[in-house]
Design a protein around this ligand. Structure first.
Ligand code: CS2
Length: 505
């Protein structure tokens, strides 16, 4: 994300130049916060797998603020499983980067918590050294839904190419699960306390699922190790939330100008941020509870509320909005027909499909989420949210459909949302457009997905067992609703959502 030099500040953000940045203030006069702890002498206590934009805008910021307030050796070693870009760009600026909070007020903070970035496929030894070091107390993950290598039953897929590889190459893993088990095995041998493992992905029951997957993997290699992990490792569930679009060229430009130093990989997000973690923990952790993190015995209600009232609507807008030609969440939500559609979906079919935490007013929570979609400062591309639909919908839409079917509640609008994804994939196949999804190859090898017969298309999708499992395909009510929705979508080339909803409801 290099831009033409004449438009960029001379100095690059670094340990040398950060003091100058601290002296400056942003356009609206807000002081730019810089690390308030002795960064140089702060040890690494956390290894984070998947140091992407969301991690750097969320967990790393909570850890930064906890260290600014209470110190502690909670420096982060970011481990990218394959891509070297983050390591190479951030290394040139001492792994410092800017968080730009873009909302009614705009403010900037220089984050120092990320002390190094490693690339597992190139630096396996260094990664293992970090994971087996006694100073490492915590492993956190944002590896996206597909990174857990789970089957439609939510258990580890032992046939998954990465898992199959790792089981026969345990010292050179490709997967996060392979690294976790290999390093825990080493800690057990060296008599070093286990680290806690904290999933920070939009996966329902993320801690429980990761724990189950790690045990399913370990038992294949070493039953003693599996029992040791069962007793010694905590895998708290967690709900994570902050809308964080990927960094664009204009972000590099505007942030570098604002802080008066070139930052080649800043992060942008909204003001809103939330982190709810299950209070199931062994040993130390950063002073997160002092900087807004909520620890509770029951995360399930929070997770469901967020996955269903934010991520379900996000995915719905991503596919329906793209079919209608919109580019961003702000654009499509600003359209009154789409605004009404998602409000109706939330009110009629999502609220009531789960038990919210008693302290949450689910109606106002839902309204606030839709207000967040209307933040004009955040350019969140529908195309980005549309990635990995085959994995995301298993967490965001299918569980609501299953619960509503079981409760005898309506699934008409949820079926329309699912049909929008079907049509999005079908149009991409027809136009030879790239599909960013782990099942992209599989889609292109299913002839039914290119059929003009809507019933064949629906059958083609529902037969993908790794997504829909064995039962949903047998549900005639759902199948008929999907056929009705897809028919209506194909009759309305530009996705006139209000007409379609009227027809279906
Ligand atoms: C989005 C999420 O890309 C996506 O799938 O729905 O990243 C969403 O922005 C976050 O979960 C918000 O916390």
């Amino acid at each position: 994300m290099q831009l033409s030099n004449q438009t960029m500040p001379n100095e690059t953000l670094s340990d040398q130049t950060v003091a100058n940045v601290a002296k400056s203030s942003s356009a609206d006069g807000a002081k730019i916060i810089t690390p308030q702890y002795d960064r140089k002498n702060t040890e690494i206590g956390i290894v984070h797998l998947g140091p992407g934009a969301f991690h750097r805008a969320h967990q790393a910021v909570y850890t930064e603020n906890a260290m600014n307030l209470a110190g502690g050796n909670w420096g982060i070693c970011g481990v990218s499983l394959r891509s070297a870009t983050a390591r190479d760009v951030l290394a040139k600026q001492d792994n410092l980067y800017t968080l730009a909070v873009l909302d009614k007020k705009i403010n900037y903070q220089i984050i120092g918590a990320m002390k190094e970035v490693l690339v597992a496929s190139e630096q396996t030894k260094e990664v293992m050294a970090r994971l087996t070091a006694a100073t490492t107390k915590l492993v956190t993950l944002t590896i996206t839904e597909k990174g857990y290598c789970l089957g439609a039953d939510g258990r580890l897929d032992l046939q998954h190419p990465d898992i199959a590889h790792d089981l026969s190459n345990r010292s050179q893993p490709n997967s996060a699960i392979g690294y976790i088990v290999q390093s825990l095995g080493q800690r057990k041998i060296n008599n070093i306390q286990a680290f806690n493992v904290l999933s920070c992905d939009n996966v329902s029951g993320n801690g429980d699922k990761l724990r189950r997957a790690v045990l399913d993997y370990a038992i294949q290699l070493d039953a003693d190790l599996a029992s040791w992990i069962e007793v010694n490792v905590a895998f708290p569930n967690a709900m994570v939330d902050s809308i964080t679009p990927k960094t664009e060229d204009y972000t590099v430009q505007s942030v570098s100008t604002a802080i008066g130093a070139t930052d080649n990989w800043p992060i942008q997000r909204e003001q809103f941020t939330q982190w709810v973690i299950e209070d199931n923990w062994h040993g130390e952790r950063p002073a997160w509870e002092k900087v807004g993190v909520v620890f509770t015995s029951d995360v399930d209600g929070f997770e469901k509320a967020k996955l269903r009232l934010l991520n379900c609507l996000h995915s719905t807008l991503a596919y329906a909005g793209s079919l209608a030609g919109f580019e961003t969440v702000f654009d499509v939500t600003s359209d009154s027909a789409f605004y009404d559609f998602i409000c109706k979906l939330a009110k009629d079919e999502v609220i009531g499909s789960f038990e919210p935490p008693k302290e949450l007013n689910v109606e106002s929570y839902s309204r606030e989420i839709i207000e967040r979609f209307l933040n004009p400062e955040i350019r969140h591309l529908l195309a980005q949210i549309a990635w990995d639909g085959s994995q995301k919908l298993q967490m965001r839409i299918l569980p609501i459909i299953e619960d509503n079917l079981a409760l005898g509640r309506s699934t008409k609008l949820l079926s329309l949302s699912l049909a929008c994804w079907f049509e999005f994939i079908c149009r991409a196949l027809k136009n030879d457009k790239e599909i960013v999804d782990p099942l992209a190859n599989e889609f292109s090898n299913i002839p039914a997905l290119r059929s003009s017969n809507v019933a064949d298309v629906v059958d083609g999708f529902l037969a993908i067992e790794s997504v829909f499992g064995k039962n949903l395909v047998k549900n005639t009510l759902l199948k008929n609703q999907l056929i009705e929705s897809l028919t209506a979508l194909r009759l309305s080339e530009t996705c006139q959502i209000n007409t379609i909803v009227e027809k279906l409801c």
